[in-house]
Design a protein around this ligand. Structure first.
Ligand SMILES: C[S@@+](CC[C@H](N)C(=O)[O-])C[C@H]1O[C@@H](n2cnc3c(N)ncnc32)[C@H](O)[C@@H]1O
Length: 234
């Protein structure tokens, strides 16, 4: 692109309020059924003996409750606190309250968990939100820190093949705003960049919804012999 737009941090920050308003107006915005990537991730978690899962950008919890019903302890992080409250209520109603742990937090900040807290991390359409490339790199590093050695990260992102890529308002750094939502569209190179310090196991394309959105499902593993990756850490 000849004149790429500059990133405006205030515009990106405003997405938190936009998501809060959206969830307040739309119960079950993404439906109640677990997503396809969650189904695939649960299978992989089971085959690898995962007990504790960190879900980033859990939204209203369509996948959170599915993982908990599948036997995992799920820590669900999002910056939309009302959606997290909905998850807590739904988990209690389903008798899964002891397996679901909602945590309010911004994925652009250091994750509020000690090193090596989780067996796996999962994020359906969080990495393709309004996070700049440096923020994504820091987030991948943070996920690596909080994963135990051998831990899995499964995340999905909208791609350059998505019908909305390049449409709407250019927010810079491959982010485009449509209908008030800012999406960071990925190419393979960005996914490969975020695999630094991990083993990239799979980069699969899939579609979701009526548009349809076109996405990558990325599966990567923290090497079994790796420590937290923190300076001075193990
Ligand atoms: C596209 S929705 C996906 C929700 C859920 N994973 C699903 O598939 O149903 C993205 C979610 O990420 C959350 N989110 C976006 N940016 C975030 C950030 N910087 N920190 C924490 N959560 C964020 C939004 O509040 C929203 O719940």
């Amino acid at each position: 692109m000849d004149n790429p737009a500059a990133v405006d941090p205030a515009v990106l920050d405003a997405q938190a309020a936009h998501w809060a308003r959206t969830f307040a107006a739309h119960a079950d915005m993404f439906g109640r059924e677990a997503s396809e990537p969650a189904r695939a991730a649960l299978e992989r978690c089971r085959s690898q003996g995962v007990g504790e899962l960190l879900e980033l950008g859990a939204g209203q919890g369509r996948d959170t409750l599915f993982f908990a019903a599948g036997g995992l302890q799920v820590t669900a992080l999002d910056y939309a606190e009302s959606a997290l409250a909905e998850i807590g209520t739904a988990a209690e109603a389903a008798g899964l309250g002891d397996r679901v742990h909602p945590v309010a937090g911004d994925a652009r900040r250091p994750l509020p968990f000690p090193d090596e807290s989780f067996d796996a991390a999962y994020a359906h359409m969080l990495f393709c939100m309004a996070l700049t490339t440096p923020e994504l790199e820091r987030l991948a590093g943070e996920v690596r820190r909080v994963l135990r050695p051998g831990g899995l990260l499964v995340y999905t992102v909208r791609t350059h093949d998505d019908p909305h890529y390049g449409a709407g308002i250019d927010r810079g750094d491959d982010m485009w705003e449509m209908g008030g939502f800012i999406v960071h569209y990925f190419d393979r190179a960005l996914a490969e960049r975020l695999a630094a310090g991990f083993e990239l196991l799979e980069l699969a394309e899939f579609e979701e919804g009526p548009l349809p959105r076109r996405l990558f499902r990325v599966t990567q593993r923290k090497p079994a012999g790796a420590g937290s990756g923190r300076p001075g850490g193990t």
